[in-house]
Design a protein around this ligand. Sequence first.
Ligand SMILES: Nc1nc2c(ncn2[C@@H]2O[C@H](COP(=O)(O)OP(=O)(O)O)[C@@H](O)[C@H]2O)c(=O)[nH]1
Ligand SMILES: [Mg+2]
Length: 302
Amino acid sequence: MTTNASPFFNKAQEKFLAAESDEEKIICLKEMIKECPKHKSSENMLANLRTRLKKLQEQAIKAKRSGKGTQVGIKKEDMQIVLIGKTNLGKSALLNILTNAQPKISEIEFTTQKPIIGMMNFEGINMQLIENPAIDSEYFDKGLINSADTLLIIVDKIEEIQEIKKHLTKSQAKQIIVFNKVDKLTENEKRKLNATLKSKKYNFVLISTKTKEGLEELKNKIFQSFNKIRIYTKEPHKIKSQKPIIMKQNSSVQDIAEKILKGFSKKVKETKIWGPSSKFAGQKIGLKHKLKDLDVVEFRTR
Ligand SMILES: Nc1nc2c(ncn2[C@@H]2O[C@H](COP(=O)(O)OP(=O)(O)O)[C@@H](O)[C@H]2O)c(=O)[nH]1
Ligand SMILES: [Mg+2]
């Protein structure tokens, strides 16, 4: 995207665009500033990067001071998912599979006594996944229900769903019912369960942390719950970026150009698009064009 930029700069820029947390963005921006060519023609860009860095650093300090987060001081990331349910349902086992965290998994009840935080990576996107201790225990952290964007309600019996929902009347979070331990069911029992949950119009998925079935579907459902879209960018005659840029639903071509670099949309001479929002591969589009999940956008500036 940048003339005469080193591959190191481009790499850092790609990471920056995919970064989800402010902390991550600060690290990438520093890297971009380090790798930015230091000559006359890049002075503007360098100044722009420094201003962004300063803003982010100030924001980070403010967030710390205001103590945004929960009772236990967990810093909320952009996309926060909280696992809730009774004891012994496989919350720790799921956290273990989906993230870098390694909570204790045990048949002993109430093993998890503090929220455990993990980072889940889904197609290059980082999401914060937190195990809340059992909902019927003194260790359960109510603050997390309010801060979560998405709640995973883990059950292994249909009756548990209503029981848990009683605790969630004030919550604004999206809810996904995660029915675990389906390895214990026969195919016929699974079919019946599926039909019952569907008839109740739940947003649900059947999984087993043992056989790993349903986990891909769960990850997709989690991403969908954020109402965001993944957009890949490319330069003419090159392949698309490795990591997508995460945008709000209904974002336009102009929005993504401006996310790449402030003022960039004015420099764009031509835009082409591949993917769900295109009528045909490589369609030329204007800045007002609305993007869809998994689109690939090509900007030509010369
Ligand atoms: N059969 C079966 N057992 C599971 C599954 N997931 C977890 N378990 C078992 O359930 C028990 C509780 O697991 P844990 O992850 O500690 O539950 P938590 O209390 O909800 O965090 C352990 O003995 C696990 O081995 C599953 O998918 N199938
Ligand atoms: Mg646990």
